[in-house]
Write a protein that binds this ligand. Structure first.
Ligand SMILES: NC(=O)c1ccc[n+]([C@@H]2O[C@H](COP(=O)([O-])OP(=O)(O)OC[C@H]3O[C@@H](n4cnc5c(N)ncnc54)[C@H](OP(=O)(O)O)[C@@H]3O)[C@@H](O)[C@H]2O)c1
Length: 318
């Protein structure tokens, strides 16, 4: 069975085209390697070619195994058909550790290069952590210049095709853009109808930085999200009139904003449902209704790292 053909977009400073929708791999509750690998292979059968992982998710190894298996069974002919994003964890956000951390992720993924390497969040942790929240003593401000130079080295060494950031505010974007020799290609941030990120998107657009939307379904059923998107009455009314689901309306809305999307489903039906967003459109009236939805940030650094002063300051940055 052939999968859905997903549109791609080209990013400045990244040689490989990015499929506009990618499969997230952060699961809640966490799943074992075999379950994640099977879900990723199923996603490839459905047509997904863009996968979003991170050292911190523990999903680099199952993704690597799934890619190796997909090549073995002929589901894909070449690794080049895939767009793989992974992220520098904050415990390695120290200039000397960036290239080694990238190499470690590549080893987990059994790959020679990734397509996109992102700074996971604008903070440094002085220790490796096994659970969150973390102690205030191990949180430090990010050495933006030193860390970005390390990211540039990863690209110059050919370990990644493109480099970018995640969870960066306009203020943090200014900092990195002011020192970058290679500007970030991507800023991956939370974005959905209930957290539309208008200001950040305008800022990034003006500077040629592409935005990728994570948690586009509000991270339904996870410990870092809630069901306010999939159970939104406004989205449900739009969905009903179009014969779609609320999830499809949320994903279509993000797609129409010109961003790329990473959304996670390890369920065979829902991962396919989430790809059925390319042959219909929202009306002006639908877009106006979505525009008026009350805004609330779902994912904060404080909810992950703890309500420490530096973390609260970062969350408050626009
Ligand atoms: N850079 C960062 O700091 C950061 C932060 C958060 C997330 N991310 C990335 O973005 C990816 C996506 O974000 P996310 O996982 O937080 O949230 P999400 O994609 O908004 O939501 C995922 C949740 O929604 C459920 N779901 C999926 N499709 C659905 C549908 N059609 N109807 C109803 N429920 C549905 C999934 O369950 P099932 O699997 O059971 O379908 C899962 O529990 C992550 O996996 C990760 O790769 C990055």
């Amino acid at each position: 069975m052939g999968g859905v053909a997903i549109p791609t977009l080209s990013l400045s400073g990244c040689e490989t085209p990015m499929p506009v929708i990618g499969m997230g791999t952060m699961s809640y509750p966490p799943v074992d390697i075999e379950t994640a690998k099977a879900a990723i292979l199923e996603a490839m059968r459905a047509g997904y070619r863009h996968f979003d992982t991170a050292f911190a998710y523990g999903s680099e190894k199952p993704l690597g195994e799934a890619i190796a298996e997909a090549l073995r069974i002929g589901l894909i002919q070449s690794r080049d058909e895939l767009f793989i994003t992974t992220k520098l964890w904050s415990s390695f956000a120290d200039p000397a550790q960036i290239v080694p951390a990238c190499r470690m992720s590549l080893q987990n993924l059994q790959l020679e290069y990734v397509d996109m390497y992102l700074i996971h969040q604008p903070v440094r942790l002085t220790e490796m952590i096994s659970r969150t929240p973390v102690a205030a003593e191990i949180i430090r401000a990010l050495d933006v210049k030193g860390v970005w130079e390390g990211m540039e080295e990863c690209k110059n060494l050919g370990l990644t095709k493109g480099i970018g950031v995640s969870n960066f505010s306009c203020k943090k974007m200014e900092e990195v853009l002011s020192i970058a020799k290679i500007p970030p290609a991507v800023n991956q941030v939370e974005m959905n109808p209930l957290w539309q990120q208008k200001q950040l998107r305008e800022f990034c657009k003006a500077r040629g930085v592409h935005v990728t939307a994570y948690s586009p379904l509000g991270a339904n059923n996870t410990k870092w999200g809630d069901n306010r998107i999939v159970e939104s009455d406004v989205l449900a009314d739009i969905a009903k009139a179009k014969g779609k689901t609320t999830a499809q309306v949320a994903l279509r809305w993000a797609y129409e904003q010109g961003v790329s999307i990473v959304t996670k489903s390890f369920n065979k039906q829902r991962m396919r449902e989430n790809l059925q967003i390319f042959d219909w459109a929202l009306s002006t009236d639908d877009l106006e209704k979505i525009d008026q939805l009350l805004q609330r940030k779902g994912v904060t650094l404080a909810s992950i790292l703890g309500p420490h002063d530096l973390v609260l300051e970062l969350d408050a940055e626009v």
